[in-house]
Design a protein. Structure first.
Length: 69
C-alpha cells in the first residue's frame, strides 16, 4: 500500500466525478430508449406541406423564392 499523500483527495474527487458521469450516461440512455428511440405509432405519417401550413400559418410554395434585383 502506498503511504497517504497530499493529493489523495483529488483522486477521490476524480473517481466520484467519473462515477456520476457514468451513471448519468446510463440514465440518459435508458430515457432515450424509453421515450425517443422509435415513434409510438409507426403507421402515422403527415404531409410536410400540411405541417408547414400549420406551423407557418400560410400556404407553402413548391418553388423557392428568388431575390429580385
Amino acid at each position: 500500500m502506498s503511504p497517504k499523500r497530499e493529493g489523495a483527495p483529488v483522486h477521490s474527487l476524480a473517481r466520484d466525478i467519473v462515477i456520476v458521469l457514468a451513471v448519468k450516461a446510463v440514465v440518459l440512455t435508458l430515457i432515450w430508449f424509453a421515450f425517443f428511440s422509435a415513434p409510438v405509432a409507426r403507421h402515422m405519417t403527415m404531409d410536410p406541406q400540411a405541417v408547414e401550413q400549420q406551423v407557418a400559418g400560410r400556404p407553402s410554395n413548391s418553388e423557392p423564392a428568388h431575390a429580385v434585383r
